[in-house]
Design a protein around this ligand. Structure first.
Ligand code: FES
Length: 95
């Protein structure tokens, strides 16, 4: 099971496969804007601080949104799309 750290000081622990960063944030009742949960609305941008290689690949919808937000190719993901895969540790920051 992978490990996820959400800064600033929101979460540090294991996450089951398939659970998105947004799902973790919502369970924590963290203040987070979101709407579509499909990578389209661009409201739940997070910055990947470490371990990005342990996240699932960026899909087409999310990729287009990251491009619109002018962060494509940079260490950013939409929280609703980002999931830890494998046993690695990922550190993200709510922006
Ligand atoms: S909730 Fe819309 S992009 Fe994540």
């Amino acid at each position: 099971m992978g490990r996820l750290v959400i800064q600033p000081a929101l979460y540090a622990g294991e996450v089951p496969p398939g659970k998105s960063v947004l799902q973790v944030l919502l369970e924590l009742r963290a203040p987070m804007h979101y709407s579509c949960r499909r990578g389209l609305c661009g409201q739940d941008l997070i910055r990947v601080l470490a371990g990005g290689e342990h996240l699932n690949p960026v899909g087409d919808l999310e990729d287009g949104t990251l491009e619109l937000l002018q962060v494509k190719g940079q260490p950013y993901r939409m929280a609703c799309c980002a999931r830890v895969v494998g046993d690695g540790e990922v550190v993200v920051e709510v922006v």
